[in-house]
Design a protein around this ligand. Sequence first.
Ligand code: G6P
Length: 614
Amino acid sequence: MCGIVGYMGFRQAYPIVIKGLRRLEYRGYDSAGIAIYDNQALKIYKNKGKVDDLEAIIPDEFRLGHLAIGHTRWATHGEPNQVNAHPHANAEATISVIHNGIIENYQTLKSELINRGYAFKSETDTEVLVHLIEDVLKNQQCSLKEAVRLALNEVTGAYAICVISSLHPGEMIGARKGSPLLLGLGENEFFLASDASPLVEYTKKIIYLNEFEIVELKSNGDFQIFSLENDIISPYIQELSIKLEMIEKGGFDFFMHKEIYEQPKSILDSVRGRIDANLGIIKLAGLEEYRNKLLNSKRIIIMACGTSWHAALIAEYLIEDLARINVEVEYASEFRYRNPVLYPEDVIIAISQSGETADTLAAIDMAKQKGCLILGVCNVVGSSIPRASDAGCYTHAGPEIGVASTKAFTAQLSVLTLMALWLADQKGTLTKQKITEILVQLEGLPDKIQEILPDLDLQTQEIAKDFYESKNFLFLGRGYNFPSALEGALKLKEISYIHAEGYPAAEMKHGPIALIDEQMPVVFVANNMSLKDKLVSNMQEVAARKGKIISISIENETEIKNLSTHFIALPEIHEVLTPILSAIPMQLLAYHIALLRGCNVDQPRNLAKSVTVE
Ligand code: G6P
């Protein structure tokens, strides 16, 4: 939700910030802006739309300077227009701020500032920060960092900010609470960004700022981190592990398509080094330490949002089925605002690709206060959720840039399968032989997927031609593939804007069946064969009403094939792994339908990848 990037150093700042914004566009793309210090004054350019629209309005001669901040926005307060776009500045344009997050008490602060004579130009919450900082600077002889610190002490809500000022041209200030911000350290140059992608080709040395930290960067290469109380904090410098090619399209037209094709690798990377399949051994270092607590816990509560919530639902099937531990799955956003019953012996699993989702983070905090053990299953290394967790398992899907989650989802499922098997092994609820059988098949999945991807791509491209003008879609599944159906529907609606609903197949007769006619495509996720007969009955109910059946099942499955107008065959696999395979044709189907509808697959309207506001 909003991407921010700042640069101070010996290079021209403009190309670095603009390129950085392009890489952060997945976080929001309804407007963009940049403030550059040209050795005399701050030049600020903003435009509605994407970074390309911003670049189009900036004259070449105004692109010079060694200090700049840029922002790509996902609007919260105020419609996405030029005035509400960031950076925001004071009347004299001597102070400029970019912000990701929400200042919750902005109305009160705004009224106070208006009373003190400050004029507001935008409808944003962010603008109060500009005037607060200005107010401190006017009233106290202090540094820019100190002004920012004092201003932030007035603020409630979430923020990652960068601040520059033409009155303090040798400085750039960053601060975070609730929204991510990392600092890249080069030789006499600094980068501030929402994630590591803007700085990947310049430095490998990074610092993830922690909650309530402020960093003061100086053009002479000095920097210092402070708490909001002004205590000096020792920096913890880490090595960045992502590489440039991981965040480029690599010959694909869209990141989403590339990421679908990366699934053999991302699944392999997520299980590699954690299993010895033939011996039925699973090593999850993050869980070992909490073995006793995990084995003694009466229930696991999984919290997540969006696609990660669908992975959580599948994990519920996995853990209950394999390890016989009671699991509850919660939307983090609901959980945090009801009054849930939590016991200190409860184990929480928080699933999140970005590791930054505000609701999931807040739900974790709540459970932490009750003494629950928190395990994170996250993709972005060093992000907030893993840092707020006691332990966990990273998914090693690599950077996912397409807004619709694909490879992160199947990596989550792979890791969650390992977690369920590890628990089953420790609890003795599965024999070694059963564990080995599943592990061997999981290990073999990447090759299977690699083999079928080109065919699935062509097949779904053809099917898309028949359905891209549909107004509605139904996705149905049972058992392990009921959550898959939810995810299939989500993928389609996210990127093609076709209304789609996922349902447990048997529930169809309690409502959605009323929608079925010859116009209604119904995707049956039917590669989990233990429920085949039940699924076939549901298909017959759809066929009887002339619905168009697109089924995803297994090779040689003639009964299902005969009932379907379109049939996608997957290799047969152990039931518990079927959601990993079935996800792929649904991702591709959504992708091809969206392409035919002329949609921007990677940046669907109104969505953002990292939802750092509630
Ligand atoms: C947004 C993204 C989804 C994602 C969800 C949860 O809505 O567009 O793709 O599933 O947030 O994000 P998380 O990073 O916590 O998995």
